[in-house]
Design a binder for this molecule. Structure first.
Ligand code: AMP
Ligand code: GLY
Length: 421
């Protein structure tokens, strides 16, 4: 069977390496993939948002199954377009991907169905938003409605910063049309947990929990990034929290989507905050998280493709989804300067065993792998203890080199401290 994976980052590399374990797959294509993914799949130079070309390619190559991984093509309707040509897909249709594509939609959904989340107001008029901020509780959180490359959330510590954020989104349109509506919401406190889940809209199976490290520098300092590392499982996701989430968040969310006539099928990502009043939803994503996927999938013991097919067929209840009773740590190696400007084009050298290395920003040129992005790759190791997984990841990081490499030295430290109580 021929499988197509849409996307070209570390997440897609992790998905592809896992799919390769399935013996019924003869060939995997990646659009666009990247220089590192090229070792594991045939990369085709079509942009992940270029849906017409993706569909044409899939039809001409007789692709039987497609995995659409990134938010943009999902929100733009890539699954609908592929399905219209008879190609089975893993991923939500456009009318369900809106759960990530519009924060206003997801906040209103949670309010309507009593799913715990931060209190909020929606504004379409800038002056109303600004006058609301005259009396709003500070700190407060400003969110652009639409997709904004993961940058559409601003935590404002002062009233002035909050107003600046609103103006930048609504007047200066720094996120384009994504900022024509904003959500202003209550600032929540507590540890954050990421839970990815498989769901076919009838059954929901949470994967092992994980902890992202979003800030660029050690000690959670510096700018927000796409994620500088992850560990799994997350110590704050205890059995009690998991039970609470299942009853109050996970099942109510898929039921709410069904009631709205927007059944969600694929990977539904819950960004949670464990507050003193219990777990609350910070955000939904309609896809696998990155770099969460780089620790979650290596811990998956069951066959990923079998699960994906079961989800696509609406038979998730019959699939086996088992995770190893172990720990994983992923350290992201980035280009110095990320998430701002950085240089690229430096040669990457890797250890001979690169099974736990997921390439995100690299290209092949004359047989050499060169850096080609902010986040260059993720290094994941698994072990029976978190200490050991962290140690092993950093040992492997030492074996990878490229000029201007930059990475956090404290991935997993907070989780370790929490496990130790
Ligand atoms: P997002 O882009 O939605 O993932 O948000 C980025 C980050 O902003 C989250 O991971 C949280 O750390 C933080 N955040 C978002 N909403 C809130 C909130 N209501 N209270 C506190 N922190 C928040
Ligand atoms: N790591 C967060 C995300 O994928 O949105």
């Amino acid at each position: 069977m021929k499988v197509l994976v849409v996307g070209g980052g570390g997440r897609e590399h992790a998905i592809i390496k896992k799919l390769k374990e399935n013996k019924t797959i003869d060939k995997i294509y990646a659009v666009p993939g990247n220089g590192g993914i090229a070792k594991d799949a045939e990369c085709v130079n079509i942009g992940a948002k270029d849906i017409d070309k993706i569909v044409d390619f899939a039809v001409s190559e007789n692709i039987e199954f497609a995995v659409v991984a990134p938010d943009d093509p999902l929100v733009l309707g890539a699954v609908d377009a592929l399905e219209a040509k008879g190609i089975k897909c893993f991923g939500p249709r456009k009318n369900a991907a809106i759960i990530e594509g519009s924060k206003v939609f997801s906040k209103n959904l949670m309010k309507k169905y009593g799913i715990p989340t931060a209190q909020y107001e929606v504004f379409e008029d800038m002056n109303e938003a600004l006058s609301y901020l005259d009396t709003a509780k500070i700190p407060t959180v400003i969110k652009a409605d639409g997709l904004a490359l993961g940058k559409g959330v601003i935590i404002a510590e002062t009233r002035e910063d909050a107003k600046e954020a609103v103006k930048s989104m609504m007047e200066d349109k720094v996120f384009g049309e994504s900022g024509s509506r904003v959500v202003i919401e209550e600032y929540l406190e507590g540890p954050e947990v990421s839970v990815l889940s498989f769901t076919d809209s009838k059954t929901i199976v949470p994967m092992v929990s994980s902890m992202d490290h979003k800030r660029a520098l050690d000690g959670d300092k510096g700018l927000n990034t796409g994620g500088m590392g992850t560990v799994a499982p997350n110590p704050y996701y205890t059995k009690e929290v998991a039970k609470d989430c299942m009853e109050k968040i996970f099942i109510p969310t898929i039921e709410a989507m069904n009631k709205e006539g927007r059944p969600f099928s694929g990977c539904l990502y819950f960004g949670l905050m464990i507050t003193k009043d219990g777990p609350k939803v910070i955000e939904y994503n309609c896809r696998f998280g990155d770099p969460e996927t780089q620790v979650v999938l290596p811990l998956l013991k069951s066959d990923l493709f079998d699960i994906m097919k079961a989800v696509s067929d609406g038979k998730l209840a019959d699939a086996e989804v088992k995770f190893a009773d172990e720990y994983a740590c992923c350290v992201v190696m980035a280009s110095e300067g990320y998430p701002k400007s950085y240089e690229k084009g430096f040669e990457i050298t890797m250890p001979s065993d690169d099974s736990g290395i997921f390439v995100a920003g690299a290209k092949l040129e004359n047989g050499k792998l060169l850096t080609n992005g902010g986040r260059v790759l993720g290094v994941t190791e698994i072990a029976e203890t978190l200490d050991r997984a962290i140690e092993k990841s950093y040992a492997t990081v030492e074996k990878v080199s490229f000029k201007n490499a930059f990475y956090r030295k404290d991935i997993g430290k907070k989780a370790l401290a929490a496990y130790r109580g």
